[in-house]
Every structure is written in structure tokens, then in C-alpha cells.
Design a protein around this ligand. Sequence first.
Ligand SMILES: [Zn+2]
Length: 307
Amino acid sequence: MTYVLAIDIGGTKLAAALVDEEGSVLRSGTRPTPRTDVMAALAALIAEVTEDGPPPQAVGIGCAGPLDLATGTVSPVNMPSWRGFPLREEVRKLTGLPTVLGGDAQCFALGEHWLGAGRDSASLLGIVVSTGIGGGLVIDGRPLPGPTGNAGHVGHMSIDPNGERCECGGRGCVERYSSGPNLARWALENGWSPAPGQSEQKADARALARDAAAGDPVAVAAFERGARALAGMIASTAAAVEITTVVIGGGVSAAGKVLFDPLERMLDDVAGLAFVRAVRVHQSTLGVHAALAGAARLAWQRTPTAH
Ligand SMILES: [Zn+2]
């Protein structure tokens, strides 16, 4: 049995695993992402996961963006000590193995396509809805990274050119309507306050989802508004590249029916052409493991000698 080493790098957690060609995990480990010297923590994690085990054939890395695949560098927003950091080369030097880098949302999409809710789909859009909105495309079974690795940034597709200014500098981006903080922001502006519970309630998307499930009209309206924006983006993406399947993960997807039911209705309203109307939307089944699975898949796909 041969293995690849999969690595998932986020602002709060580093994860690594030895993964075989079927996607089974032989060993895995995680540790918190330190403020500084992230590379030392990553090296220690890799040593822990690979020690006395079968030697991996290649490495796949999913990392929080922005990144530049042309140079192999990363500048994750919530990891201030890495700016233009040559991650691909550093890991290649550390392990002596062929190393492939991808964005974390692209790895999410690839993981769900390989082993999750998008299994066997022809062409898939994976969307991660949490503090921000990320995405990745898998077209005809292959990831579509784009020249610098930034294809699939669907959170910053404009669904209203006359809409509000987004943090990215653009206008009317989906993220401005449908991310967790923006769902809560709109609800608060429109008179929502979290229903009192046993513990102190934060006015966040999780509380909003609970109140929407309980029938709070403003909370319901916030999810309908967010779902309509997502539906517009999904229909536009489907029209552009003919995706057949959408898989949605991230913290906000845990809202379940209060997000997915209006999304189905809005998509039915927004989509016109038959191949756009045929798109199927699913909730993530791999959850936090999707990006690591995708990183493994990236290593297997780009490393023909490893087979
Ligand atoms: Zn934007």
C-alpha cells in the first residue's frame, strides 16, 4: 500500500494525514496554529504523522488564501507571520517529496467530489460559507485552479452591481449578503435580537439559525435574503461552466433546513435554462475533513509516479 501526505493549514489549526489511493486515513494529527514560527509547528506535526510509518510518495497541501500558485507562495489573511511565504518550496525541502499546493476551499471542493456529497458528479462547485465565503471548482473531475490559483472565489461574485460596497473593494458581492457575520448584521439592522437561552446569547449566525428554525420572522427573512444571493451566484456559475452539483459546507451550512429550503426555492425562481435548473445542491458530508481529503486527492492526481 502506498500513501500520500495530506496537509490542511488554517488560521486556527494545522492538520496532517497519511492517505491511501482510496482515501482511507492510516494516521492523522492536528495542532493549533501558532502566532509565529508556523513552519516549525508544521515540521513537528509532519514528523509525528510520518514517524516509523510507510514513507509517503508525495505531499498535497490545502492552505488558507490568498495564495499564488504560480510562485507557490501563501499570505493567509489570519496568519500575519506568513506574507508571500514560499510554502510549497519549504515543504518540498523539508520532505524531499513532490509537493502540490491548493487553496483550502478548492481542496474542500475536491474532497467532497472524491469522497463526499459530490461523489461521482461530473462538474462541481464547492462553497464554504462561514466568516467569509470561499469556493472551488472541479470540472470534468479535475480541479480548476486558474493561472494563480484563485479561480472559484465565488464569494466575491457580484450579484448586484448597484449593491453595497464589499470589504474586497468590489460591489454587491455574495459575501456581503450570505456570510455568517453579514446574515447576523442584516438581521440586527432589521430588529432581530437573539432569543434568550440558558447561556448568554451571541448575536451570530448560529443564534440566527436557531431563531429562524423557531419561526422568528426577521431571522427567517435574513436566511431567505442570504439564500437568494447564493442562488444568484450558483445559477451564474452554472451558466458559465456547466456545473451539475453544488456542495455547501462551512459553519453556516450547519443551519440546515433554514438555509437549504429557501435556497432550493430561490434557485427554482432564479434559474432559467434547463442545464442550470438541473443543478443539485447538497450539504457537505465530510465537514472539517473535506479539505484534508482534497489535499490528498491533489497529491494523487498530480503525481503519476506515485501510482
Ligand atoms: Zn467582495
